[in-house]
Design a protein around this ligand. Structure first.
Ligand code: FAD
Length: 447
């Protein structure tokens, strides 16, 4: 059947490019596509930028390739097809007392996408990134062969796929370890934060008591309020800790999101004034006095509103996430926050976390501080991000490629000097550059 060219974007609705979308159900379908030139896999499209876009070429929608294949309940090991999502996994295995080991800020991500971006969650400093729950995966390569990759078998292929942006082949299946939990609830503590020093001090003090921590920062605050916000800490709640009213249904699942942004809001909806008001509302909600919260609110608060990304209007938005080392980190954070507050670029939904040691070749995390900021796309933003990139690089940091939409090739290569090692593995498994994408062309990773 002839395939139609369609406009496609990531979660930020920027950039938009035209691709031919293929929807395989079986490996045979996938093999059938291999003679085509320029292929990239796509999961649920929750990467913010051009990771799963392939202008004038082919995008393979893997979401129908989502069966569970085997589950070892003793060990908590699940074998599934790579189009299965965290949402589907939680729905099926939550009632048995299992959750994914690593949860990002949305449950609508596939296992293939989680591997390709080596995603991280609120406990990165303890649990590490997604690679830590993957025992092995199988992958369809450019020459039509299917290899198993693990720490022991084809280990170069294994490590290069974590953060490899889908550019080595189509991940077909994976064996992943789930976490056994007694309840679906989290015991949480929120702390209102006065400024950056208070933020770093509180993280240092309470990080040892709680596995999960995430802070929201008011990026428009200046002077002695710079870095103010709220930190939420949490631990998985044990059954005997729960209040009686929650104890009766400790493994209760989420209900489906009811609210929705039905259309793109006009682009003027977000400005410095509305962002200031919304920041106050976020501070109030985040500073929740509730001691026990359901995993849905704890991990995925944004999933409560379907299509919230349309709130930024048709021009779209980017999520700019960087990590910088802890050494001199405070001073660099002050300078970066000052640059952002003075930029006039309307920073919104700013999330601050601590990261532990990194792994993988092009994986984003390393030990340090990470900040993720949403910016609506404007002309001013195009002028501002290169300056911010240079500042992050000077601080010894780098950007998260799974969210990036604007970095240029030179800056990327300076931030990720290990790209050469990755390119050598790409050359070994995909010498003609069959797997390619918009971000790969932008950053020089296509072949
Ligand atoms: C609200 C929100 C919160 C988020 N919070 C976090 C967070 O806390 N931490 C974090 O790390 N990320 C976070 N993200 C980003 C998200 O976790 C990643 O972008 C994730 O990779 C998206 O998965 P996906 O299935 O939608 O993949 P897509 O966005 O469709 O694709 C992502 C990449 O995976 C590749 N890919 C997909 N399937 C396959 C396959 N079968 N084989 C090979 N390659 C494949 C694609 O080629 C592409 O390069 C968040 C995103 C949103 C929207």
């Amino acid at each position: 059947m002839p395939v139609k060219k369609e406009p496609l974007s990531g979660w930020g609705n920027y950039p938009v490019s035209e691709s031919y979308i293929l929807s395989p159900r079986y490996v045979a379908d996938l093999k059938h596509y291999l003679p085509k030139d320029g292929l990239i896999a796509r999961g649920l499209g929750r990467s913010y930028g051009d990771q799963a876009l392939n202008n004038e070429h082919y995008v393979i929608d893997c979401t129908a390739y989502n069966n569970f294949l085997a589950f070892d309940e003793q060990e908590g090991i699940l074998e599934c097809q790579a189009g299965a999502s965290l949402e589907e996994i939680i729905s099926a295995f939550g009632p048995k007392g299992f959750l994914p080991m690593i949860c990002p800020g949305t449950k609508f991500v596939t296992i293939g996408g989680a591997i390709a971006n080596d995603i991280h969650g609120k406990a990165h400093h303890i649990d590490g990134s997604f690679v830590n729950c993957v025992l092995s995966f199988t992958i369809l390569l450019a020459d039509g062969s299917i290899l198993t990759a693990s720490r022991e078998e084809n280990s170069d292929l294994f490590w290069a796929n974590f953060g490899g942006l889908g550019l080595l082949g189509v991940i077909l299946t994976a064996r992943i370890k789930l976490r056994k939990v007694e309840t679906m609830y989290f015991r949480q503590k929120s702390v209102k934060i006065r400024n950056l020093d208070h933020m770093l001090e509180t993280l240092n003090k309470l990080d040892h008591e709680f596995n999960y921590s995430v802070a929201w920062i008011d990026a428009l605050a200046k002077g002695d309020k710079l870095g103010s916000g709220v930190i939420s800490f949490g631990n998985s709640a044990k059954l005997n800790e729960l209040p009686d009213k929650l104890k009766s249904e400790p493994l209760k699942l989420h209900s489906k999101g009811k609210l929705s942004v039905p259309v793109f809001l006009p682009s003027f909806t977000l400005n410095n004034l509305t962002v200031r008001i919304l920041n106050r509302v976020i501070a109030f909600v985040q500073n929740s006095p509730k001691q026990f919260v359901h995993y849905e609110k704890f991990f995925f608060p944004l999933d409560a509103i379907n299509n919230w990304n349309r709130g930024y209007g048709k021009r779209g938005f980017i999520q700019y996430q960087f990590v910088i080392p802890e050494e001199n980190g405070r001073q660099h954070l002050v300078e970066i926050l000052e640059m952002i507050a003075a930029s006039g670029c309307t920073p919104f939904l700013n999330v601050f976390k601590r990261m532990g040691d990194g792994q993988g070749i092009l994986s984003f995390p390393f030990k340090g501080y990470t900040l993720a900021i949403d910016f609506p796309v404007t002309k001013k933003l195009h002028d501002f991000t290169p300056k911010l990139d240079a500042k992050v690089l000077a601080a010894g940091g780098r950007l998260y490629l799974g969210k990036d939409a604007m970095l240029d090739e030179k800056m990327f290569k300076d931030m990720y000097p290990q790209y050469k090692e990755w390119l050598a593995i790409k050359q070994k498994y995909d010498p003609t550059g069959k797997f390619n994408s918009d971000i790969a062309r932008r950053l020089g990773l296509g072949s």
